[in-house]
Design a protein around this ligand. Structure first.
Ligand code: SDX
Length: 383
């Protein structure tokens, strides 16, 4: 920010950087310790020893489930996986080259009026919890079947025996996915589920803070996440890695990019000034996948980019960088990377929407006006 702005307006912070905009009990980012906790539990423990379903339960209900609670939560998710055929009609009506983020945003807009609690007031907490569970259950079905429809295939029915990660992979390919693929996808959903007042979550809270409904908050979140400075970075990071191609080209590529003041997708973070804790975990997973698949080039390119970015700019990879090449090695189409982020983040968005509505105050910041003032109105014919 230019010195004049700081001097002139000491209370103004571009991009709300460093501004406290709320109090939450959902997650804590510790930049110095490069750690992330969901309701007090380290995400590495949740990713390593838990599951996305346990994480979603924790975010929505505020505690880890017992065996019985997890079983009944999974049963509700399975029962709620399918979506009305009208959602598929809308997805069929979209142009074939519609980006899957626009497709999933349209799908949720279409889904909303079919929710049995559609008429419930937006302050009905119990109805909102029921809606949140349906949203978590259906996101993967709509992303995967939307992918099938865009590729000229018919949507297929979710398998009630599958959890969220497995259901998404099964619907996307029409095949039963390998256990390792399910395990990596499940861990990535846990890591992507929640991250405090990031842009899309804050946008979701702004929406429900007007007493608009949860589905509108979800649609706001999707529209916000789409941007390459936010969730869209994982797709851009993979395109960058493919553009570089082989490790021997990486150094020249990054030197040239930094020379040209380019933003390196998958690097940097507003909150983490050291490493993004999620990137630490996913990098390990992505590199192991590379060895397993006999394709270690992305891990090798990553090492060169990370070393250069740290040395030259003290900037580190964020979650989107290792997620990109992990998904690529799993054979996930690149244009589904950010929609996968949606499948996970609908749990965090819902938790924040519930929290906002339980102690709501309209979110409406001030702005500094620097435009013209007190002008005389000039009649049209005299302008
Ligand atoms: C996500 O907020 C969250 O929690 C988001 C997220 C979540 O889980 O919800 O973690 C998910 O969105 C991760 C971020 C994904 N986006 C990207 O990978 C896009 C590339 N990254 C950058 O655009 C940037 O790092 C941001 C947007 C993520 C953060 O930017 P800030 O905090 O606004 O910092 P800035 O743009 O003001 O940069 C400060 C300096 C600048 O240098 P100078 O102009 O002062 O010399 O750092 C440089 C920037 O140029 N910089 C980068 C860079 N990121 C910052 N330079 C090159 N490449 C980068 N990626």
């Amino acid at each position: 920010m230019s010195a004049t702005l700081t001097e002139k307006y000491p209370n103004y912070s571009p991009g709300l950087e460093g501004v406290i905009a709320g109090i939450s009990t959902i997650s804590e980012i510790d930049s110095d310790r490069s750690s992330l906790q969901y309701r007090g539990y380290d995400v590495h423990d949740l990713a390593e020893h838990g599951s996305f379903e346990e994480t979603a339960y924790l975010l929505i209900y505020g505690k880890l489930p017992t065996t019985a609670e997890l079983a009944s939560f999974k049963a509700v998710l399975s029962a709620e996986r399918e979506v009305p055929s009208q959602v598929y009609d809308v997805l069929r009506a979209l142009p074939k080259d519609t980006h899957p983020m626009d497709a999933i945003r349209s799908a949720f807009s279409t889904l909303a009026p079919f929710d049995p609690d559609y008429e419930a007031p937006s302050t009905d907490d119990a109805a909102n919890v029921r809606k949140a569970v349906r949203i978590i259950a259906k996101a993967g079905t709509m992303v995967a079947n939307g992918h099938r429809i865009r590729n000229g295939l018919e949507p297929i029915k979710p398998n009630p025996a599958h959890d969220t990660a497995e259901n998404f992979l099964y619907l996307m390919t029409g095949q039963e996915p390998p256990a390792k693929t399910v395990q990596v996808m499940d861990a990535s959903l846990t890591l992507y589920a929640e991250h405090g007042f990031n842009a899309s979550t804050f946008a979701c809270r702004v929406t429900v803070a007007t007493l608009s409904d949860l589905y509108s908050g979800i649609v706001t979140g999707i529209g916000t996440l789409r941007g390459p400075l936010h969730g869209g970075a994982n797709e851009e990071a993979m395109k960058m890695l493919l553009d570089i191609g082989t490790p021997d080209k990486a150094q020249a590529w990054i030197d040239d990019a930094l020379e040209g003041k380019k933003k390196i997708m998958g690097f940097g973070h507003r909150e983490y000034k050291k490493r993004d804790s999620r990137a630490i975990y996913l990098t390990k997973v992505a590199k192991e996948l590379g060895i397993e698949k006999g394709d270690t080039r992305f891990g090798e390119i990553a090492d060169i980019l990370e070393k250069t970015m740290e040395e030259r700019k003290n900037i580190h990879p964020n979650v989107d960088f290792p997620a990109a090449y992990a998904y690529y090695l799993l054979g996930i189409p690149i244009d589904l990377y950010t929609p996968i982020f949606v499948i996970a983040r609908v749990s965090g968005w819902s938790a924040h929407a519930l929290e906002q509505l339980r102690n709501n105050r309209l979110i409406r910041p001030k702005c500094i006006y620097e435009g013209a003032a007190n002008l005389d109105y000039v009649a049209l014919e005299n302008r």
